[in-house]
Design a protein around this ligand. Structure first.
Ligand code: F6P
Length: 326
């Protein structure tokens, strides 16, 4: 451990609200513990192009409330190649960076795992993604803010859905996971959530149609998780429109609005705790672990587990949604 003097920090993959709060926490906790810090721009790409700058406490002032990432982000194809990773390693040596803290989702941690193993290099990961699809943490940085953005948008759509007595399919992000759709549906009192985890078992749309959507109301809202497995909102709407012309159907795809905005208190606190914990982990000689928080306790989750273990949907939530949408 004593070998570590300088810590590099980067954000990679899709941005998520709270990433800035995490950058701030890592930087400040590192400096508090006597480390130097360097900010690496544009994710792993910055390790290849050498876009790196020293970070002092004032570099992270006034950012806790900002969405996006001041370090910028990218999905770097070159880092997926052995040649690209060799250049990245040489950059780290040249810059005297002895350990990395990487903030991102599944792709970011996969890259970190490969790089750390190849080079025997200490890396700690923070789960930063709106998708909440990493195993070993109750929530990921950005998920709560995205959920609140979805809630506000759906509340607005409900006004027009009710006035026109329409059926709305609203598509939300999540990559291959249904957390945003399922919890978004509960938070907005929607009729149903069509999510990949369940779509593989039953035709959820067929079930909904059989039940006549919500019988007690003339308008209905269904949240659909983007995914080739669900087919997406547009596809489901077309199916309903063709077979049941009596429904007045509309589609809204919320898109990247879900990734922006000022982080909620939950995400700021999560990012701050996780950022500080990343430095504790390095002080304890931990490497190749993601910081998770489960049942309010910090956990060190080996990269392998965080990435490979599918995080299951809570069936109790699904039942609650079903019970409450009668
Ligand atoms: O992983 C975050 C996420 O927003 C996913 O929900 C979505 O599938 C993907 O990124 C979109 O990526 P991009 O911004 O590259 O289109």
């Amino acid at each position: 451990m004593s070998q570590i003097k300088c810590i590099g920090i980067l954000t990679s993959g899709g941005d998520a609200p709270g990433m800035n709060a995490a950058i701030r926490a890592v930087t400040r906790a590192a400096i508090y513990n006597g480390f130097e810090v360097k900010g690496i721009y544009r994710g792993y790409k910055g390790l290849i192009t050498g876009e790196i700058a020293p970070f002092k406490t004032q570099n992270v002032s006034n950012i806790i409330q900002q969405g996006g990432t001041i370090l910028k982000t990218a999905r770097c194809q070159e880092f997926k190649t052995a040649e690209g990773r060799k250049i990245a390693y040489d950059t780290l040596v040249k810059e005297n960076i002895d350990a990395l803290v990487v903030i991102g989702g599944d792709g970011t941690l996969t890259g970190a795992r490969i790089f750390a193993t190849e080079n025997n290099y200490p890396i700690v990961g923070l789960p930063g993604t709106i998708d909440n699809d990493l195993y070993g943490t109750d929530t990921t940085i950005g998920y709560d803010t995205a959920l609140n953005t979805i809630m506000e948008a759906v509340d607005k759509i409900r006004d027009t859905a009710t006035s026109h007595e329409r059926l709305f399919f609203i598509e939300v992000m999540g990559r291959d996971a249904g957390f945003l759709a399922l919890n978004g549906a509960i938070a907005t009192g929607a009729e149903a959530a069509i999510i990949p985890e369940i779509s593989t078992e039953v035709d959820q749309l067929e079930e909904l149609i059989k039940n006549g959507f919500r019988k007690s109301k003339n308008s209905s809202i269904v949240l659909v998780a983007e995914s080739p497995i669900t087919g997406g909102a547009m596809h489901l709407a077309e199916r309903v429109q063709k077979e049941y012309p009596q429904y007045d159907v509309r589609v809204t795809i919320l898109g990247h609005i879900q990734r922006g905005g000022s982080p909620t208190a939950h995400d700021r606190i999560l990012a701050s705790r996780m950022g500080a914990a990343a430095i504790d982990a390095l002080l304890e000689d931990q490497r190749n672990v993601m910081i998770g928080i489960r049942n309010n306790e910090i956990e060190y989750v080996p990269f392998n587990k965080a990435i490979k273990n599918d995080k299951p949907i809570d069936r109790e939530l699904l039942n609650t949604l079903r019970k409450l949408s009668i």
